[in-house]
Every structure is written in C-alpha cells, then in structure tokens.
Write a protein that binds this ligand. Structure first.
Ligand code: HEM
Length: 130
C-alpha cells in the first residue's frame, strides 16, 4: 500500500543546532528553565532558611555556608533565575492582555528582559553576595 503524502514529507531527524529562534524564543526557553530551576532548588533554599532560623549558632553557620564560592555561584544563578522569570512573567502577562504583541515591540521587550535581568543580577548579586 502507498504511504500517505504527509508521512513521506516528514524530516528524518530534527537538527536542533540548525533551528534559528527569534530572541523571544530564547527568552521563553529561559523562562521555563528558570522556573524549573527555582522549583528544583526549593529544598536547598528551605534548608538555608531553616538554618538561619534555628538558633544564633545556626545563623552563624549560614554565614559560613554562604561564604563558600560555590554556594555564592548557586545563589547568584538563583537570583538571576528569579529576576529573569519575574521580568519575563510580567512580559507574558502584558502580552496576555494584548500589550506589546506587535512583532517589533515583542522583540524589543524580549531583549529588554534578557538585558535587565542580567544587569539586575549583577547589581543585586554584587551588593548581597560580595
Ligand atoms: C513573582 C514572580 C513570578 C512571576 C511574575 C511568574 C510568572 C509566571 C508566568 C506568567 C508563567 C506562565 C508562562 C507562560 O504562560 O508561558 C509562569 C510559569 C512558570 N513559573 Fe512562574 N512566576 C513567578 C515566580 C515563580 C517561582 C518563584 C517559581 C518556582 C519556584 C516559578 C515557576 C514556574 C514554572 C515551573 C512555570 C512553568 C514554565 C513553563 O511551562 O514554561 N515561578 N510564571
């Protein structure tokens, strides 16, 4: 029996490296990754909170843990994830109410989200972690 035309035209494999997304596509992927990353790191953050609230000694230990460069890097990553997710979340909600849906506005807001979240992460991370 002959194959249907639609099945014949299907690509044999999908080359992810050849796909070119608009900037909003990358910002959107990062929105999902940052949301998932924050969710997965919640136990770590709750552990830090629990340590800080347990006793004055626990609070001192938090200072020592947070002084470790690897912990600082993780916290900086989480700070950026939150800022990107927050800024992108506001953008998504605005687009949901039809604000900034035109192609040029949507491109500009996606670029703004990427730049603003990195800039805020550097400024706040520098002030809070170093
Ligand atoms: C106050 C800050 C936040 C805002 C404004 C916000 C906003 C949003 C919005 C609007 C969406 C839907 C995106 C869409 O429809 O494409 C979303 C998805 C999501 N958010 Fe948040 N969010 C915030 C904080 C968080 C936090 C703290 C977490 C994790 C602990 C989180 C985890 C997620 C996840 C996992 C998704 C699903 C992502 C996806 O399916 O692409 N969000 N957020």
């Amino acid at each position: 029996m002959p194959e249907p035309a639609a099945r014949k035209q299907r690509p044999k494999y999908l080359n992810l490296m050849a796909i070119r997304l608009p900037v909003a596509g990358y910002a959107s992927i990062l929105h999902r990754l940052s949301g998932a990353g924050m969710f997965l790191m919640l136990p770590f953050l709750v552990w830090l909170l629990q340590m800080s609230l347990s006793s004055p000694e626990g609070f001192q230990s938090l200072g020592a843990v947070a002084a470790h460069p690897l912990v600082k890097l993780i916290l900086l990553g989480l700070l950026w994830a939150y800022l990107h997710h927050f800024c992108m979340g506001i953008r998504v909600l605005l687009i949901d109410v039809h604000v900034g849906v035109e192609k040029s506005a949507a491109n500009a807001s996606a670029k703004a989200v990427l730049v603003v979240s990195v800039a805020l992460a550097v400024i706040l991370g520098g002030a809070l972690l170093w």
